[in-house]
Every structure is written in structure tokens, then in C-alpha cells.
Ligand binder design. Structure first.
Ligand SMILES: [Zn+2]
Length: 388
């Protein structure tokens, strides 16, 4: 009989073993035992269980030296498939990966409506197609994580999505009623932070990721876990007031950070001075290359305001890694230096500040990675960045 403690230890050991096999790509039982500091007997039993579950495969290596051919273990990446979904403003992105995060298909479906029933049917139809298309594996689709650009409560109910004007909808239940796969709902900024942790910054348990596109999104991983706040609404730093009596914001306050430090705000300001209906990031890059002093001034102020908010947030959380992302930041190869040179405080502490290498696809990558984590029952996972 397995007691509660024994079952718990078995589960912990199982996750150690799976993580080490994923990190190594391929590893022998002997090397595995050494790497995770468990006995050969424990490794034997656990590996046998995982083979039984079709999660591991053995490869018999050829080698020329005299002696036994080593038998290597690796994760059976095609035992099942994970789906990440990003429900954005004008389109929904679907990413299907294998259990090692390898991109099998990315589909982008435009949405011309904000109507809940319509978007729900797009999601269900697409998921049903994937269920059929990926049913040749042992587990089929192992889980679906949906990124929501809005407030998600701790019990995975959508409280509010500003760009769709959805209030209190049970998307998880409505989808789960139609497909036979576990469905999870998570805030997009949290998933962006997770992707940075899973795909890029493997050696940290304290990571903040911030995006400065249409608004400001803050995803927090503290001590290896999402920090969501009491109700699930933590991280709304775009509405931190950095300018008393400043520009009015749709939230009802004045002087919110995102009115000063988001791509959208900068694009609007530059369109205004250029007397154009709208401008895009590429045009800004062109004006900067031409040395346009007005554009340069506005962009300098953007860096200044980004730094002010970051200073405040770093002081609150003392993160290890800070990852930031926006279209304008990507125009500057020295963007991280420009920011760090404006973080003067002797008090604020962080180890590394960098610009995201994943960019806008980080959200959907984080979503599929979380589906893999849930399926494999892992607290965290390191996956290699996939080539385009
Ligand atoms: Zn606001």
C-alpha cells in the first residue's frame, strides 16, 4: 500500500525524472540516476511506469567501443499534443505543439465581431478539427489553454475583457461542454511571462515580463508560481498613476502609466504631429533613421516613462529577470541599455533586464507550454526555442 507521503514522494520524483529527461533530450538510466540523485532502483520503477504510460521511448545507441550499447531514454514527444490559444483583438491564434513544444501548426483566424456566441463557435469548431486531425497519437489532444486579454478570476471565469466588452462569461465551461479535452483559462500577461521562463530564461524562479503594445501587461512569476492576487487581478500596472492630474484614461483616473508608455500612445502622438490619420512602427523606424528630431523626442520620452514605471515595479518585487517587449523597443538594438541607464536607484535590485526574443507569439507559446505542464504534472518545464 502506498501511503500519502509515499505517493507524494513518488509524484515529486516522477516530475524530477521527466524534467531531467526533457532537459537532456536523451539520457541513460545511469546518468539519469546521477543527475536527479535517486537510486537506480527508483529510476527503474519510475521509468517502467513512464514507458507503460507511453511517455518515454528507448533508443539503442550504436557505438564502436567494446561493451554494452547504451540504452537512452527520451520523452515520447508525439504521445500527445497541446493547444495554446490567444484570443486577441482582431484575431484568434491557435498553436498546436507536441509534448516538447515543437510547433506542428499555427492557425490565425480573423474575428470581425465581439459577439460571445460567434467567437465561442469559432473556438469550438477549430478545436473539434484539431481533435480529429491529431487523434492518431496515444493521448490525442492533452489540454487546451486559452489566453485572455482581460481579467480572469482565480476560478478561471472571465470577469471582463475590455476589447470584446465581455463581462462574466464562463468560456471554460462553454467549451468543455463540446470537447472532451481539459480546458484552462489564463490571463495573457501571465502566459507571456511563462513563455519567457519556459523558452528563454530557464534558470530563474522570479521573472517579470512586461508588454507595452496597446496597453501594458505585467506577468509575474514569483518563487516559481504565477502571482495573481487575491481575486486573480494582480498586475494591472498600466493603470498605475505616474503623472498626477495627467492624461485622462478610460479606467476613470488620470495619468495612468499606459497613457505615456505604450506603443499605441506613441503611435497616436506621432500621427498627431505628422497630421496623419495613423502611423505604424515601421514608419517610426524610418523617421528615426532620417534623424527626425520631433519623433526622436517623443520616443525618448517613451523610454523615460517606461523606465519610471519599471523603477517602481522593480522596487516592489525585487525580480531576478525582467523581460520587456513592444514594437518600438524592437526598433532599438540598444533598448535594454537605454532603459537600464535610466534605472538609477541604489535601492532597486534585479539581475537582468532584456528585450523579449519571443515577441508577440510569446502568449500562445506560454499557453501551449502550460497545457504540457498540466498534462505531465510538472511545476515548471524548460523547452528549447523552436526554429521558425
Ligand atoms: Zn487607467
Amino acid at each position: 500500500m502506498i501511503t500519502g507521503d509515499a505517493a507524494y514522494i513518488k509524484r515529486i520524483n516522477r516530475s524530477l525524472i521527466i524534467k531531467e529527461i526533457i532537459n537532456s533530450g536523451m539520457i541513460s538510466r545511469a546518468e539519469l540516476a546521477k543527475a536527479v540523485d535517486l537510486t537506480r532502483a527508483t529510476i527503474s520503477v519510475q521509468v517502467a511506469d513512464l514507458m507503460e504510460e507511453n511517455l518515454l521511448i528507448e533508443t539503442h545507441l550504436e557505438h564502436n567501443a567494446v561493451g554494452r550499447k547504451p540504452i537512452m531514454l527520451s520523452l515520447q514527444a508525439e504521445a500527445g499534443y497541446a493547444i495554446g490559444i490567444d484570443v486577441d483583438r482582431y484575431h484568434i491564434t491557435f498553436l498546436v505543439t507536441d509534448l516538447l513544444g515543437k510547433n506542428l501548426t499555427t492557425d490565425v483566424v480573423p474575428i470581425q465581431t465581439t459577439q460571445y456566441a460567434h467567437i465561442l463557435s469559432i473556438l469550438i469548431n477549430q478545436l473539434k478539427q484539431y481533435e480529429q486531425r491529431f487523434n492518431d497519437s496515444y493521448y490525442g489532444i492533452v489540454g487546451v489553454v486559452i489566453a485572455i486579454h482581460g481579467l480572469v478570476s482565480n476560478n478561471e471565469r472571465i470577469v471582463y475583457i475590455p476589447h470584446l466588452d465581455w463581462h462574466h462569461v464562463a468560456l471554460k465551461d462553454d467549451i468543455a461542454a463540446h470537447i472532451n479535452v481539459p480546458v484552462y483559462i489564463e490571463n495573457n500577461a501571465n502566459l507571456t511571462a511563462l513563455a519567457e521562463r519556459v523558452y528563454t530564461h530557464h534558470n530563474t524562479d522570479n521573472l517579470l515580463s512586461m508588454t507595452f503594445y496597446s496597453g501594458i501587461g505585467l506577468g509575474l512569476i514569483l518563487n516559481g508560481k504565477f502571482y495573481k492576487g487575491h481575486d486573480g487581478y494582480a498586475g494591472e500596472t498600466g493603470h498605475m498613476i505616474i503623472m498626477p492630474d495627467g492624461l485622462p484614461c478610460k479606467c476613470g483616473n488620470k495619468g495612468c502609466w499606459e497613457k505615456y508608455a505604450s506603443d499605441t500612445t506613441i503611435l497616436e502622438q506621432i500621427a498627431h504631429i505628422k497630421q496623419l490619420p495613423s502611423v505604424n512602427t515601421e514608419q517610426i523606424g524610418q523617421w528615426l533613421a532620417e534623424g527626425d528630431s520631433e519623433v526622436l523626442h517623443i520616443v525618448d520620452r517613451f523610454f523615460y516613462y517606461v523606465s519610471i514605471g519599471l523603477n517602481n515595479i522593480i522596487n516592489i518585487y525585487n525580480p531576478d529577470v525582467v523581460v520587456i517587449d513592444s514594437g518600438i523597443l524592437h526598433l532599438f538594438p540598444d533598448a535594454s541599455t537605454r532603459i537600464t541607464s535610466q534605472l538609477h536607484s541604489k535601492i532597486s535590485h534585479y539581475r537582468e533586464l532584456s528585450i523579449s526574443k519571443l515577441g508577440k507569439k510569446s502568449c500562445v507559446l506560454g499557453a501551449s507550454a502550460l497545457a504540457i505542464q498540466y498534462f505531465l504534472d510538472l511545476q515548471d518545464i524548460n523547452l528549447p526555442i523552436q526554429g521558425e
